[in-house]
Write a new protein. Structure first.
Lengths: 356, 356
């Protein structure tokens, strides 16, 4: 077992609209009960129980989402929330969280975890996290979890896996040769076929001093930014000057010692309504009810319905549709087009901004 | 112009679920803003303005719908509402209304009008109603309006038209040879092809003494039933003993002198969600918004959406669907299957009675 204390940083500042109308500007995906009865954020936090206590859990979120975070994580001490005044992608969030952790608990190890993915079984995840923490502590390397690809995804980052470096708690650790962000289709297909590539899960584990050193080396502005930013107006000034860049691009792609543990747990970033069918159980006809809604399906197949508890959606004689009811909005579209909601959201910005 | 005063009896006791979930047990179709911004009932009453004053308008409804009738017809004097303690089809309603009218204004003419149909233009309807009233007054015959058939309907009653009897205000009046209720398909097709048949609109005009005489002859129990039923408990007893039968079957099919005026106005009984497309204007892609909902259609065609004002329905990449949102229920089905809602309503009686 590792000797340094393990912290977790939950990234909860996302603001996408890929689950519109359930996710809205004021209620992003991580606050939705996707995957069960609790929000993705609450489930992400619960997954750490027994391994990382609340006092070592930080949540980075948008300033306007602090109340939501507190509502969904009632046991989180309020000063564990880092409220960003502006969205600056993951590098800023990681830099701020690392600075904070080093200040509060020098010499620790920490994990950086998106709060809007589904992962199961939780015990397998904790086991992998323990292994990564031990590897990070012992080696000083930056650890990432890689996901075995199931299709030639052009929207993900891919990791080229190098030679094995060690084995920890039954998890094999390998070096990372390189990161490839959103390859074109031929490359993605070659990666899938070649067997040497994994998807980048966006989950990282490292010693706090290691990521701070890497930031100083590859993104010195970020490394320095939070040293003296203790109040809201200082943070406003800091964020106004920060670049919007991912930690992958700012640091990981440029670092020499990055290692990867292939995930044995199931992982899904639930990127659209159609992905719900990958993480939830459907009935015998492939119809899915999520969010608490009651569904009555008659001669219906392959549909996904979302709504609140106490609501009813009747699917009669239809197939492969997404039917979402949230607030005063209702969405009906074919499942296979639910990735294209940006078209709708863009039109609403003009024709119905109150529904966004 | 006729000399007797003209009354109107609006039949507003219907309780169907063909517009579920917008129409429910507690909110039948006649109270919905189908066809515009006002309810069908309010529109039916408004159509009579200038011809029949509120003081000569009676509304027959179910006892539990009295408050709704008053809400939708604020100018109707409360004692013009006849509240039935039980549903007994149209013969009982007609008999009660005729008895009341004769008591209040002996020697009048009255029209019996369903309150859940669409009719336009209203001026054409009033002209036909005037013609029918004159013919009824002069002849003592029972008048009905016939609708030119547009398809071989097996769910309607048909009227075989006989020889012309007269012309009133440019409307031709003919004798009725016989009524045929819900013919089978070969007969309906023959009726359609033959050109001698019209649909029975369920709208009638007659002298009050003429319908009372016909009731005494063909349905004596109905004719006598309301003579002394002046309070609620007396009505309870009366209705408990009445047969449930239509005025068509109880009287018209058995009467010798029934006459018909072919309607020049447009008529639609709006029997299902798909019929909305026949009475409301769609956009260039055939998408229809009704009930007040805002619709955003993107690569969508031939859809009908229903919802309240302030709500939004997004139709994205779908076609020929009915999407209804009302209360806590949402319905999605192909337009051409919206006539089969009884299947759903029957299932809900077991699986979700609170949504009926």
């Amino acid at each position: 077992m590792h000797s340094k204390s393990l912290w977790a940083v939950l990234l909860a500042g996302g603001s996408g609209t890929r689950f519109w109308p359930a996710s809205r500007r004021a209620l992003p995906k991580q606050f939705l009960p996707i995957g069960g009865t609790r929000s993705l954020l609450a489930t992400t936090a619960a997954r750490l129980r027994g391994l990382v206590p609340w006092e070592r859990t930080l949540v980075v979120t948008a300033r306007e989402q602090v109340a939501l975070v507190r509502k969904h994580l009632r046991k989180l001490p309020p000063d564990q929330i880092l409220a960003e005044p502006a969205a600056r992608n993951t590098a800023a969030a990681v830099a701020w969280a690392a600075t904070e952790i080093e200040r509060r608990d020098p010499g620790s190890v920490h994990a950086v975890l998106p709060s809007d993915h589904t992962i199961a079984p939780a015990a397998d995840f904790r086991k992998a996290l323990r292994a990564a923490a031990e590897e990070a502590e012992a080696s000083g390397a930056l650890l990432t979890f890689g996901i075995r690809p199931t299709f030639a995804a052009t929207g993900y980052g891919w990791i080229e896996v190098g030679s094995p470096t060690s084995e920890r708690r039954g998890e094999s650790v390998s070096s990372v040769v390189r990161f490839v962000e959103k390859p074109d289709r031929p490359r993605a297909e070659a990666f899938l076929a070649g067997g040497r590539h994994l998807w980048n899960s966006g989950m990282f584990v490292w010693r706090t001093d290691a990521i701070l050193r890497a930031l100083r080396e590859h993104a010195p502005a970020l490394a320095e930014a939070f040293a003296n930013a203790r109040d809201a107006s200082a943070l406003d000034r800091v964020y106004a000057g920060l670049p919007s860049v991912s930690i992958d691009v700012a640091v990981l792609e440029r670092s020499k010692d990055v290692r990867v543990i292939p995930a044995r747990f199931r992982w899904n970033d639930v990127g659209s309504w159609s992905a719900l069918a990958e993480v939830l159980d459907a009935d015998g006809d492939g119809n899915l009810a999520a969010g608490g809604v009651q569904v009555l399906a008659e001669e219906a197949q392959g549909c996904t319905a979302w709504g609140r508890k106490g609501e009813l959606t009747v699917l009669f004689g239809v197939r492969d549709l997404v039917v979402v009811r949230a607030g005063k909005a209702t969405l009906v579209c074919p499942r296979e087009r639910s990735q294209e909601l940006k078209t709708i959201v863009d039109r609403l910005a003009k024709d119905g901004p109150s529904f966004l």
